[in-house]
Design a binder for this molecule. Structure first.
Ligand SMILES: [Zn+2]
Length: 410
């Protein structure tokens, strides 16, 4: 006879999970209804008053939530209200990009007070980590001088990341391969730290603050130097046991295409990435194609702008790239049946050409019932380089991970 798996560890894990879920519910209620009393939190959340008292105590202890003004008495005992702590507790959200290191200071309500950009084109590996540590230390010192505390750090990068182990597994550009970045930063600063793949984090940011707030199932596709995706299913980023799901940039779309850094040929990102598009336009001009653009000062922005205003060469190059992208999107629709697909990247400047080609593929290559439901849109947050990173901290607050890292046992 088959036995059900009833190891004691699984029931402990279940209790922890229930506490985490309750913590998330209570924090979200406080965030949405602040200032709110504990009595009202219990009413809105439908959780037992004892649980609300206990969990709010931990949230206050962590500094994430603060007690605010007393509500006017309505005959009974005065109730103290609770609200997210918007003063004196800040976090640092970081993006390590191909050319730029971006660092921002946010408070817990999402207000950004500091934004720094540092050119890191000539920095990789250990040099990049040293620079990162110096920049973080400067921000922490500045905050302390103003009487503020930095309660969390988060970092997003392109490439393969293991958020659970806090490791960068592989980055093609920053050469931070098999680096335990969270351990390095937590050891240096003694501040809870979170990392994630930038596009997966952008999908989360769109879900918390942007265009997919009303959707449970969505996909963000980001097109820069490379191409990646972040998939949200039932409100959660899909990561899986191996922590990396959505590497659509390495789907082969052109078997006779050029070799990708992954070793294979004709990957989506060797046909659609910004750098490739500049190369394709350059090649066409060298072969005699006419364009309104000055071939001496060709930039990706000018190409997408020219495609948007009807330059035939740029339109043609963008449409070809968009058809490869559309093919991949049709596969994603058939596999995941999402409510919304969000495109992020400079390529959205040529939105008409881009969307027309994608729509053609969706119509001819995905299930009619699925294509009726899906909406294609552009990212609202893509231009903000650190909001994706900040959303990792937001997720850690919602899911109790920040409290756990602060060693506050819920
Ligand atoms: Zn590849």
């Amino acid at each position: 006879m088959q036995q059900l798996n009833s190891k004691p560890t699984s029931s402990v894990a279940n209790i922890d999970l229930i506490k985490q879920v309750n913590c998330a519910i209570i924090y979200k209620v406080i965030e949405q209804h602040a200032p709110i009393s504990r009595v009202k939190i219990a009413k809105v959340s439908k959780l037992a008053p004892a649980s609300v008292t206990k969990i709010t105590r931990y949230l206050i202890e962590s500094g994430i939530v603060t007690e605010t003004e007393r509500q006017a008495s309505t005959g009974g005992r005065c109730a103290i209200s609770l609200a997210p702590n918007a003063k004196n507790i800040n976090v640092i959200a970081i993006k390590i990009g191909r050319k730029l290191l971006s660092l921002s200071i946010y408070n817990l309500t999402g207000h950004k007070s500091v934004d720094r950009r540092i050119n890191v084109e000539d920095k990789t590996g250990a040099q990049l980590i040293t620079l990162l540590q110096t920049e973080i230390q400067t921000l922490i010192d500045d905050e302390q001088q103003q009487g503020n505390q930095v309660s969390a750090l988060s970092v997003t990068l392109s490439g393969l990341i293991d958020p659970k182990q806090g490791k960068v597994i592989y980055t093609a550009l920053n050469k931070l391969n098999n680096v335990a970045l969270v351990d390095i930063l937590e050891e240096k600063f003694n501040i809870p730290t979170f990392i994630g793949n930038h596009t997966r984090a952008l999908a989360l940011a769109e879900h918390y603050f942007g265009t997919t707030q009303e959707n449970q199932d969505s996909i963000v596709i980001s097109i820069h130097h490379g191409v990646g995706s972040g998939i949200i299913i039932q409100g959660k980023v899909l990561l899986g046991v191996n922590c990396n799901i959505g590497e659509i940039g390495h789907i082969q779309v052109n078997p006779i295409g050029k070799q990708c850094h992954c070793g294979n040929f004709g990957c989506l990102e060797t046909e659609v990435g910004d750098t490739v598009i500049v190369e394709k336009v350059q090649q066409a001009i060298a072969q005699g194609a006419s364009t309104s653009l000055d071939s001496e000062i060709l930039t990706i922005d000018s190409i997408y702008q020219a495609a948007a205003t009807g330059d035939p060469l740029c339109e043609q190059v963008v449409a070809k790239a968009a058809s490869y992208l559309g093919k991949t999107i049709a596969i994603l629709i058939n596999m995941l049946n999402p409510e919304k697909i969000v495109i992020a990247g400079k390529i959205t400047a040529a939105q008409n050409t881009l969307f027309n080609a994608i729509q053609q593929c969706i119509v001819h290559q995905s299930l009619p019932d699925f294509q009726k439901r899906v909406v294609i849109s552009t990212s609202e947050l893509h231009a903000d380089s650190t909001i994706a990173s900040f959303s990792l901290i937001k997720q850690a607050i919602y899911e109790g991970d920040l409290l756990q890292k602060m060693r506050i046992k819920i």
